[in-house]
Design a protein around this ligand. Structure first.
Ligand code: NAP
Ligand code: ZN
Ligand code: ZN
Length: 351
């Protein structure tokens, strides 16, 4: 297959820094769109992948799945977008299209395994996929999103992962006017969860370990902030929430949050992958018909729905723009929860 070269930033090992490299992208096939990447958001999953936190990272690893840019080439059968249009790409670049999940617009739950934008199996070139820390990407039009033109483009990028990952559970659990929603952790996902839940009409509370984020949370639209290390504050919201979205990336005690669910309430884990410690106590779940659930990103139709909603309600991410060369420092700051509230790479810095 014909390929083109693109400059990228990636890492060759879990303990190495990210540095400039050259990667191959396929020449557009009939249904493909080639995008010049203008901005790419920095998700905590990028860091987990670069450092092999979850195991299974293939190197060289080029992270990045919050991509926005401009269409530079389209295949002969492409109808969704044309050269010059704005385009977005999130966490998915392929799936089987034939399984029950794919047929129901749930490509993220493809029964044959979706292809991640990075570290997925590249069905065209072999090897693994490379993400958005790059000048260009070539993607099947089914997985390319239309970007609302009225929004700040750089601040749209994080919607492609942080936005859809929090939107999908809000919609699945029917959040609307009058819902009582809580969000655990004010980072990239957490701040989008607040904005989107507010946009849907919910009353929103933030749980945070970081008292100096309280003012920001209220400005982002939260109605209240509970400092999770303060037992009095935690007790005051006992039995309150219909839905809790927990974005914490590392193992943590979920039991104190289950106590704040209302009868039949659900806590959705979207951050931490793995066994819970301390173990989950079923007593409050059984006696309150409470659920602890999980959710991964969202389907393509749902991602477009979220982008259109954001266009209509003027919702974007709060961002700090960085140069590609500042990515290693940005990862260190992310580990210290020092992101207000999403780093976005200006890809012009890679030229
Ligand atoms: P982030 O920007 O680093 O935010 C995470 C927030 O969690 C922090 O700002 C902090 O908030 C809190 N936190 C961090 N470490 C903590 C700890 N040890 N204990 C308690 N709280 C802690 O990360 P992100 O990009 O939002 O991603 C969050 C997680 O979601 C990551 O693990 C990422 O891989 C995962 N993710 C999952 C999906 C999915 O589809 N399910 C999609 C995207 C990302 P406070 O300072 O307010 O406490
Ligand atoms: Zn992500
Ligand atoms: Zn499928």
């Amino acid at each position: 297959m014909n390929t083109i070269n693109a400059k990228a930033f990636g890492t060759i090992a879990a303990d190495a820094s990210l540095e400039e490299m050259t990667i191959a992208r396929r020449e557009v096939l009939a249904k493909d769109i080639e995008i010049e990447i203008l901005y790419c958001g920095v998700c905590h999953s990028d860091l987990h992948t670069a450092r092999n936190d979850w195991g299974g990272t293939q190197y060289p690893a080029v992270p990045g799945h919050e991509i926005v840019g401009r269409v530079t080439k389209v295949g002969s059968e492409v109808t969704k977008l044309k050269v010059g249009d704005l385009a977005g790409v999130g966490c998915l670049v392929d799936s089987c299209h034939t399984c029950d999940s794919c047929k129901n617009d749930l490509e993220q739950y493809c029964l044959n395994g979706f292809t991640g934008t990075y570290n997925g199996r590249d069905i065209h070139l072999g090897g693994h996929t490379y993400g958005g820390y790059s000048q260009k990407v070539v993607v099947d039009e089914h997985f390319v999103l239309k970007v609302p033109a009225n929004l700040n483009l750089a601040a749209v990028a994080p919607l492609l992962c942080a936005g859809i990952t929090t939107w999908s559970p809000l919609k699945h659990w029917n959040v609307g006017k009058g819902s009582k929603v809580a969000v655990v952790g004010l980072g990239g996902l957490g701040h989008m969860a607040i904005k989107l839940a507010k946009g849907l009409g919910a009353e929103v509370t933030l749980f945070s370990r970081t008292p100096d984020k309280e003012k920001d949370a209220l400005e982002l639209g939260a109605d209240a902030v509970v400092i999770s290390t303060d037992n009095n504050q935690m007790n005051a919201v006992s039995g309150k929430f219909d839905l809790i979205i927990d974005t914490v990336p590392y193992v943590h005690d979920v039991n104190p949050y289950v106590a704040t669910l209302s009868i039949s309430g659900t806590l959705v884990l979207v951050g931490y992958l793995g066994g819970l410690e301390p173990i989950l106590n079923t007593v409050p779940m059984i006696l309150g018909r409470k659920s602890v659930a999980g959710s991964v990103i969202g389907g393509i139709a749902e991602t477009q729905e979220m982008l259109d909603f954001c266009g209509k309600h003027n919702i974007v991410s709060e961002i700090e723009i960085i140069k590609m060369q500042e990515i290693n420092e940005a990862y260190e700051r992310m580990l210290k929860s020092d992101v207000r509230y999403r780093f976005v790479i200006d890809m012009a810095s890679l030229k």
